[in-house]
Design a protein around this ligand. Structure first.
Ligand code: SF4
Length: 492
C-alpha cells in the first residue's frame, strides 16, 4: 500500500481525476474510485464514484473529502480461493440460467431501470412536484423522448454481468449537449423530471451527467432543488440567496446551474449542500413542510402512497429514506415480487391489497432482512430481482467457503446486521421520533391520477410502526431492541 500526494487533483472532476490517476499507474491494471469537487467541498450528499457508478446517498464522498483522500486505486493478482470449485461452478451455472431467462432481467437489459418510469407514473409510484403528487401523467412521453434522442446502448458495471441494466446515453446537440456516459437511471431521471416538473429530457440527462462529474448524489441534489423551488414559490427563501436564478417549477435551464452551485457551495448552493433538513432549519418560516427526508436523507423516486409497506421501510431505514437500503416493500406490495421469501414466512403478495395498512408493518422486517443480503454479500441487488433467492446465495456461499449456510442462517445474519445498525443509530442519539415519515408523503395527492383516491393517503402510520417494532422484537413503544432480541442474535 502506498500513499501519494493528490495536490494536482484538487478541484478536478471525476473523469479528470480518474484519468490522471490511471495515467500515473501501469496501464489497465487498476480500478479507481475517487471523489469529485462536491466531496472536496464536503457536500453532505457527495458520492464516491467508480467511473459512472456511484456509492451514493449517505455522503461517503464527504467523509473521504474530510480526510483529504481524493482517490483510491486498487490492483490484484491472485484468485479468490474456492472450497469446492466444481460445486461452485454448478451453482453459478444454475444461477446464470435463472437470471438469463427471467423476465425482469430481460426487461432491465432492454430498457434499463429508466424503463420503469411509465409504470411507476401510472401506478402512483412516481413522486411529483416535491411529493405534492404521486403521478404526473408524463412518464410514457418522457421515456419515448429519451429512447429516441438520448439512448445509445446498454452496458454492464462489469464485463460478466448477465443483466447489463446500465445505459450509455448522450445529448447530441443543443444547450444541454452532453458526451456519451453511463447514466439515465430511473431514480436520477425521475428526480430531475417529476420532482421538479421538468419536461426537458435533455436537461435531465445533462444534469445527472454533471452530478456524476462533480461526484454528487442525483436524488438528494434534485430533492434539494425541488425544496428550494417550493421555498421560493412560498416567499420564504431569502431573496439574496435566489440571486437572479429562476427558481421555478419546470425551469430546465436552471437545473445544471444549480447542480454546479451545490457542488461548489456557491450562493443558494451552499445552503442546499447541507441537505434539505439543515436547509429548512436555516430558512425557518415553515420550510420543514417542504423538506422531504427521513433521518436527514432525502426521499427517492418511489411513493409509499401506492403501496403502504414502503412507508415503514422508509421510516425505519437505518440510513433514512433510501431506495437501496432497502426499498423492496414496494416491489412486494405493489409489484407482487417474493424473492423466494414466502418459504421463510413472507405473506404471498397476491393475497395482499396494496392500499391496505393492516399487517404491512410486520412484513417489512422480513423484506428488510432478505433484501439487505446483497449489501452484506457484496453483490448487486438486481440479481435478486432477476430470480436469485436467498437459497441461491446460501448454495454459492457454502461452495465458496466450505461453511454450511442455509437461507435461515443468512436471514439471521442479516437481522443481526440490521439490529447492529439500529444500535449504532440509537447510540448516536436517534430515537423513535426519527422513524417518522414526512406528513406530505402520507397525504392524499394534491393533483394527478390519484387526486381523488382517499385510499392513497396513509391513515395510521403509528399502527404500522408498532407492528414493525413487535415483529423485530423491539420495544413497541420506544423502538429499542429488547435484551432478549439482542441475546437471541448473539449481540452482547
Ligand atoms: S451489476 Fe447490477 S447494476 Fe450493474 S449492470 Fe449488472 S444488474 Fe445493472
Amino acid at each position: 500500500m502506498e500513499f501519494r500526494s493528490a495536490s494536482h487533483l484538487v478541484g478536478k472532476t471525476v473523469s479528470e481525476k480518474r484519468s490522471m490517476i490511471e495515467n500515473d499507474l501501469p496501464a489497465g491494471r487498476f480500478s479507481v474510485a475517487c471523489i469529485g469537487p462536491a466531496g472536496e467541498n464536503l457536500v453532505r450528499f457527495a458520492n464516491v464514484m467508480f467511473q459512472d457508478r456511484a456509492a451514493g446517498r449517505g455522503g461517503a464522498g464527504a467523509v473521504l473529502g474530510a480526510k483529504n483522500m481524493l482517490g483510491i486505486a486498487v490492483s490484484g493478482s491472485k484468485r479468490v480461493d474456492e472450497a469446492d470449485s466444481p460445486q461452485l461452478k454448478e451453482v453459478l451455472r444454475n444461477a446464470f440460467q435463472t437470471i438469463k431467462n427471467d423476465p425482469v432481467s430481460i426487461g432491465f437489459k432492454e430498457n434499463g431501470t429508466i424503463g420503469d418510469i411509465p409504470s411507476s407514473n401510472d401506478g402512483g409510484d412516481w413522486p411529483t412536484k416535491n411529493w405534492q403528487s404521486n403521478s404526473w401523467g408524463k412518464g410514457a412521453v418522457l421515456f419515448d423522448r429519451y429512447n429516441e434522442h438520448n439512448f445509445i446502448k446498454p452496458y454492464g458495471c462489469y464485463r460478466g454481468c448477465t443483466i447489463s441494466c446500465g445505459r450509455k446515453v448522450h445529448v447530441g446537440e443543443g444547450p444541454f449537449k452532453t458526451p456519451e456516459h453511463g447514466g439515465a437511471e430511473y431514480e436520477s431521471i425521475s428526480c430531475f423530471t417529476a420532482f421538479v416538473l421538468n419536461e426537458d429530457m435533455d436537461a435531465a440527462v445533462h444534469s445527472t451527467y454533471l452530478c456524476n462529474e462533480f461526484g454528487i448524489d442525483t436524488i438528494s441534489t434534485a430533492s434539494a432543488i425541488a425544496f428550494a423551488i417550493e421555498s421560493a414559490e412560498n416567499g420564504i427563501l431569502p431573496e439574496q440567496l435566489e440571486g437572479g436564478l429562476h427558481l421555478r417549477w419546470g425551469e430546465a435551464a436552471s437545473l445544471p446551474v444549480l447542480v454546479k452551485m451545490i457542488a461548489r457551495r456557491e450562493g443558494v448552493g451552499d445552503l442546499l449542500a447541507d441537505g434539505v433538513r439543515q436547509a429548512a432549519k436555516q430558512i425557518g418560516h415553515g420550510a420543514e413542510a417542504f423538506a422531504i427526508h427521513v433521518k436527514g436523507l432525502e426521499g427517492p423516486a418511489h411513493d409509499p402512497r401506492s403501496g403502504k409497506a414502503l412507508a415503514i421501510s422508509y421510516g425505519t431505514g437505518n440510513r433514512g429514506m433510501c431506495h437501496i437500503h432497502p426499498v423492496e416493500a414496494m416491489a412486494w406490495d405493489s409489484g407482487k415480487m417474493t424473492w423466494g421469501l414466502t418459504d421463510y414466512g413472507l405473506t404471498d403478495p397476491d393475497t395482499v391489497d396494496r392500499w391496505a395498512e393492516e399487517g404491512k408493518g410486520k412484513e417489512v422486517k422480513l423484506l428488510q432482512d432478505g433484501l439487505s443480503l446483497p449489501d452484506i454479500l457484496g453483490t448487486c441487488k438486481f440479481f435478486m430481482y432477476a430470480g436469485i433467492t436467498i437459497d441461491h446465495w446460501a448454495a454459492m456461499l457454502s461452495a465458496l467457503t466450505g461453511i454450511d449456510f442455509d437461507g435461515k442462517r443468512l436471514l439471521e445474519i442479516s437481522e443481526r446486521v440490521y439490529n447492529l445498525q439500529r444500535l449504532f443509530n440509537l447510540r448516536e442519539g436517534l430515537s423513535k421520533a426519527d422513524d417518522m415519515v414526512p406528513q406530505r408523503v402520507c397525504s392524499q395527492p394534491a393533483f394527478g391520477k390519484y387526486q381523488n383516491s382517499p385510499e392513497c393517503a396513509i391513515h395510521d402510520y403509528q399502527k404500522m410502526l408498532r407492528e414493525y417494532y413487535i415483529a423485530r422484537g423491539w420495544d413497541p413503544e420506544t423502538g429499542i431492541p429488547t435484551k432478549d432480541t439482542l441475546r437471541r442474535l448473539g449481540i452482547s
